[in-house]
Design a protein around this ligand. Structure first.
Ligand code: MSP
Length: 478
């Protein structure tokens, strides 16, 4: 990190449902953010990388009750599974937020108050008190209309993703999301990079154009949440609470906080495609209503399936990242996840594919290149980088390929196109291997030691640049 750098970069993962068991889907989002954070630090930015746990809501309250413990004791215990995961993945988050912290309650209440004090463009308040009656999926903590529901095999009503729903009828505060529709559409129009990839942007735009319904934003039938300011019969709808975490960690409501000034608005919220509506519609609407700056970009990545099936606890096929790390290595897992599938698309996980990537590319191509060159230097050059003579055209071509790799990698990283970044790196790895074969330094050793020294020098410099650019992806073995 460059001390005192004025370039800042704030990246966030979603906060994970505290009582879920971490699986490779969660690891995917976190690893992607870690690569960005590490890359930006190397590139001279002051970085803030946030992850954490989503601890309120009916789902958590129910899980705690089933265990016979208080929700606080329950979350204190299970939140650790996610902070342990960040360690196992060697991710460099600067903060780990838990939504049950005091700093977060303060931020949520301040944001709520600010929205409640403002009027929508139609001159009426953004938040009103009314009654909600409708379907609610506790597992997704999401409201559904009758026409969105599907039927299970036994005739029960299900959310569009197959999760069960229950009928809810209670007094509730509403956020008048319908009044935000023109503001959102105008915002999307004026900020074409706000939602990525483009296909997601189109999806969100057409959803909003289809008409927005006002959103119930408080609950009265349980109390495991942030109390609504001025009416503590109500707790906030867990998604308002959860989304606010991104600002809490930047010091909100203290808008003079050093972190707030440096890091809000966030540069990037990384999310999976399943939570796009919350991040690309609700969150910007709340911030527009509050008159606060919106995050600069939201990237929705695809989903991993396992042999064609959704990865989930209920199907019992959720892949434990710890088991993969143990069997194949962390760098291998990190590399595979970001290399195998164009970021933004869905991918199907298979161990064979992981092994192929790890052996074929990391070990045989990059590993072997380094091994061949470094062991020759060790044996023949007194373990010191040799002094080169004049460069040939082949030397200059390879040196130039390595030196000009950074710019396209940087550009790919800024588009969150990890696969493109890695492909750019691999073009150089392959060129370097081709160069070794052609120059055959082991033959030069006897025939022309000076030329051997130049060849090994060129290769060392190329490996140095490759190692630097790969550091964010595979921080352990390089
Ligand atoms: N708590 C909410 C997020 C609130 S953010 C203000 C939540 N949590 S989650 O634990 O269910 O999911 C967190 C992230 O993991 C999401 O980005 C989700 O897309 C990602 N994944 C969960 N399963 C996944 C796969 N099978 N594949 C890829 N990513 C997946 O949603």
């Amino acid at each position: 990190m460059t001390a005192g750098s004025d370039k800042t970069f704030y990246v966030t993962t979603p906060i994970y449902y505290v009582n879920d068991k971490p699986h490779t889907g969660h690891a995917y989002t976190t690893i992607a953010c870690d690569v960005l954070a590490r890359f930006k630090r190397l590139d001279g930015y002051r970085v803030k990388f946030l992850t954490g746990t989503d601890e309120h809501g009916q789902k958590v309250a129910k899980a705690a009750a089933e265990k016979g413990v208080s929700p606080q004791a329950f979350t204190d215990e299970v939140s650790k599974t996610f902070s342990d995961l960040t360690e196992a993945l060697d991710v460099t988050n600067d903060d780990f937020i838990r939504t049950t912290e005091d700093r977060h309650t303060k931020a949520c209440q301040a944001l709520w108050t600010r929205i409640a004090e403002n009027n929508a463009p139609d001159g009426k308040p953004w938040i009103v008190l009314d009654t909600y009656s409708g379907w609610y999926s506790v597992r997704d903590e999401a409201y559904h209309t009758e026409d969105e529901l599907t039927k299970g095999p036994d005739g029960t009503k299900l959310a569009p993703n197959g999760n069960p729903v229950e009928w809810v009828e209670e007094e509730s505060y509403f956020f008048r999301l319908s009044a935000a529709e023109p503001l959102l559409l105008e915002y999307y129009d004026n900020h074409t990079d706000f939602i990525a990839p483009k296909s997601r942007r189109n999806e969100v735009t057409s959803f909003v154009k289809g008409g927005l319904r006002d959103l119930s934003i408080s609950r009265t039938t349980f109390d495991w949440g942030v109390p609504v300011p001025g009416n503590d019969k109500h707790v906030m709808y867990v998604w308002i609470d959860a989304l606010t975490n991104y600002m809490t960690a930047a010091g909100y409501p203290d808008e003079n906080a050093e972190d707030y000034k440096a890091f809000w608005p966030a540069d990037l919220h990384m999310i999976g495609k399943d939570i796009i509506r919350f991040h690309c519609v609700y969150w910007p609407a709340f911030l527009l209503a509050a008159g606060l700056p919106l995050p600069k970009r939201i990237f929705a990545h695809g989903w991993w399936t396992v042999e064609g099936q959704k990865m989930s606890k209920s199907l019992g096929n959720a892949i434990d990242p710890n088991a993969l790390i143990e069997a194949y290595g962390l760098d291998q897992l990190r590399y595979f996840l970001l290399r195998e599938v164009p970021f933004g698309n869905d991918g199907d996980f298979s161990k064979t594919a992981l092994i192929q990537r790890a052996n074929g590319e990391l070990a045989n191509e990059f590993g072997n290149l380094s091994q061949r060159v470094l062991s020759m230097i060790n044996k023949n050059c007194d373990a010191k980088v040799p002094t080169p003579g004049d460069f040939t055209e082949d030397d200059a071509e390879l040196l130039n390929a390595a030196a000009s790799m950074l710019e396209p990698v940087r550009e790919a990283i800024d588009r969150q196109a990890f696969h493109d970044a890695l492909e750019t790196v691999w073009i150089v790895v392959r060129a370097a291997n081709g160069y070794v074969d052609k120059q055959a330094p082991w033959v030069l050793r006897k025939e022309d030691p000076d030329r051997m020294a130049t060849v090994l020098y060129v290769l060392t410099d190329v490996i140095r640049l490759l190692a630097l650019v790969m550091q964010p992806f595979t921080p352990r073995c390089l």
